[in-house]
Each structure stands twice: as C-alpha cells, then as structure tokens.
Design a protein around this ligand. Structure first.
Ligand code: ATR
Length: 280
C-alpha cells in the first residue's frame, strides 16, 4: 500500500526497462514492512542534469544511477564519498533535507561482496588482479581492489591508451588485450568488465589458461548468468563469480542509504532475480 508518508526512491538510467533494481528493492521493502516504494526513471541524456537538480530537498530520498549517467551523477553532487571519487562515478545519489546531494559508489562493495559470497576465502590482498576493459565498470573495479589493499591492479584493454588513463590515476599496470597472457601471470583474480559476453555478443578472446589454477574468474555481465567467458573458466576448473552477485551486492548498501536500514536477510532476492532472468 502506498500512503501519504511513503518514502520514494528509484533508479535512473537510459534504457531502464530491463533494470532488475526495482524488483530487488521492492521485494526487500515488502519483506521489511517499510512504507516505501522504488521506481524506475528513464531520462534522456540532455535532461539528466535538470532531473537530478529538481529532486534537491529529498522529495525523493535517493536514486541509484546506471548507464550512461554514473559519471555525470558524481559531477552533479555537492559531496562524494572517497570511493565514488576514486571510481570517478556514482551509482548512488542521496538527497539531503538541506537541499544538498551526496554521491556514493557501492559497485565496488558489490564486487567484493560477490567474491566473498561465491569464492569463500578469497583475499584481495593476496596478489595481483587483472581487469579486462577500461570503461566505468573497469575503473570502479580497479578502485575497489586498490582500496581493499590489492598489491597490483592490471588493466587489460583492447585500446591500451584507455587502460593507461586508469592506471595513471589509480596506479597499477596497463596492458593491451594481445598481452593478456602476460597480465594473467600470477593473478589471484580476473574480472571481465568489458561488454563482450552480453547476451548475443561473442566471447572475449583471452587465454584464461594462462591464469594460475587457483585464480578466481568473475564476469560483471549477468545476462546470461553463465557467460561464455565464465563457461570457459569453469571448463578450466577455475572458481567463478557471476555478475548477479555483484548486482545484489551493490543494492544492499544502496537500500540502506535510501531507507536507513539494511535489507532483510530472509528475502531471497537472488531467486527472484533468477526468475526474472529466465522470463526475459
Ligand atoms: P562501461 O559500461 O564499463 O562504462 P564502456 O565504456 O562501454 O564500459 O566500455 C566497454 C569496454 O569494453 C571497453 O573497454 C571496450 O574496449 P575499448 O576501450 O577498446 O573500446 C571493451 N569491449 C567491448 N567489446 C569488446 C570486445 N568485443 N572485445 C574487447 N573489448 C571489448
């Protein structure tokens, strides 16, 4: 039931129709008995700034921000967490009653939560990690591993200059995709943060067999849940982590930012998300 006191939060992006966030958050709200609602907002790129500014004053408690607005969201905020500044992007905006906007980034927390859940015992401080791609997702992952004490982050990208642009800011080492085998030497994890492997797209052609047998392989893409990349990793008997665990992992602290308490543990939002993925 929506009442006059209902707290409103949501997710903004373009496109947004396939976002899983409304299902996750509304399922948690119902399970927690919170008088709140979480809605999708599709906004055109030219209107994004106006849209966010118009919400100053907490008419809406907060927003998740998804593609292609995460960089702009950070720029529009009055204050930002260190992790959002480091990632160069915000996936959470919180509207304060005094009219200011606070930006945060929970994608990195989601990434590390996904490893903790699906690769128990994984220790980000134990060795170098390789991240494939050099877009926002890759930069966020690099920031998260660096902040978690990873001794070296290696960015591997088709366009090496873009990888270099990240390591110039965050440290680590940049590689072209053709040198992936070198970048994989001695890693404890490989994260695919490219868009390759998205439903209908081809696999990323990298020699996963060059990773140590104990390396954990993760893909940020969750549709399909087992991407061709993860399937190859499994065939090599590497432990794998899927993108859905990261999606849920970033939603947990987002929920807390919007509604003031953590989501109820008893709601099985992964099962719900898997059902939605099956149907779509
Ligand atoms: P994000 O969504 O994380 O912001 P993006 O800016 O869309 O990402 O960038 C996508 C990344 O996937 C890029 O690093 C891109 O490589 P380039 O920088 O060389 O363009 C990478 N990418 C996409 N498709 C790819 C493919 N088929 N093979 C290799 N890399 C690919």
């Amino acid at each position: 039931m929506i009442s006059g006191a209902t707290l409103v939060a949501g997710v903004v992006g373009n496109p947004i129709a396939h976002s899983m966030s409304p299902a996750l958050h509304n399922s948690w709200l119902a399970a927690a008995g919170i008088d709140g609602v979480y809605v999708p907002f599709r906004v055109t790129p030219e209107r994004f700034g106006d849209f966010v500014v118009a919400l100053r004053g907490a008419s809406v408690t907060g927003l998740n921000v998804t593609l292609p607005f995460k960089g702009q969201a950070l720029e529009l905020a009055d204050r930002a967490s260190d992790r959002a500044s480091m990632a160069g992007a915000a996936n959470v905006l919180v509207f304060q009653a005094d009219g200011t906007i606070f930006a945060d980034n929970t994608d990195g927390l989601g990434l590390l939560a996904a490893f903790a859940e699906q690769a128990p015992g994984f220790d980000p401080t134990a060795g170098p990690v390789a991240i494939l791609g050099a877009g926002g997702g890759a930069r966020g992952a690099a920031a998260a591993f660096t902040a978690a004490g990873c001794p070296q982050v290696r960015i591997v990208n088709r366009t090496q200059a873009k990888a270099q642009a990240i390591t110039d800011v965050l440290g680590g080492e940049a590689f072209g995709l053709h040198r992936a085998a070198v970048a994989f030497e001695g890693v404890i994890a490989v994260v695919n943060a490219t868009s390759a492997g998205l439903a209908g797209e081809g696999d990323l052609d990298v020699p996963l067999e060059a990773t140590p047998s104990g390396a954990v392989v993760m893909d940020m893409v969750y549709k399909p849940l087992v991407t061709p990349f993860l399937a190859r990793a499994r065939a090599l008997e590497r432990r794998t982590v899927d993108g859905l665990a990261m999606l849920i992992g970033q939603a947990v602290p987002s929920f807390e930012a919007f509604y003031g308490r953590p989501p109820p543990r008893e709601a099985d939002v992964r099962a719900l998300a898997l059902k939605i993925l099956e149907r779509s």
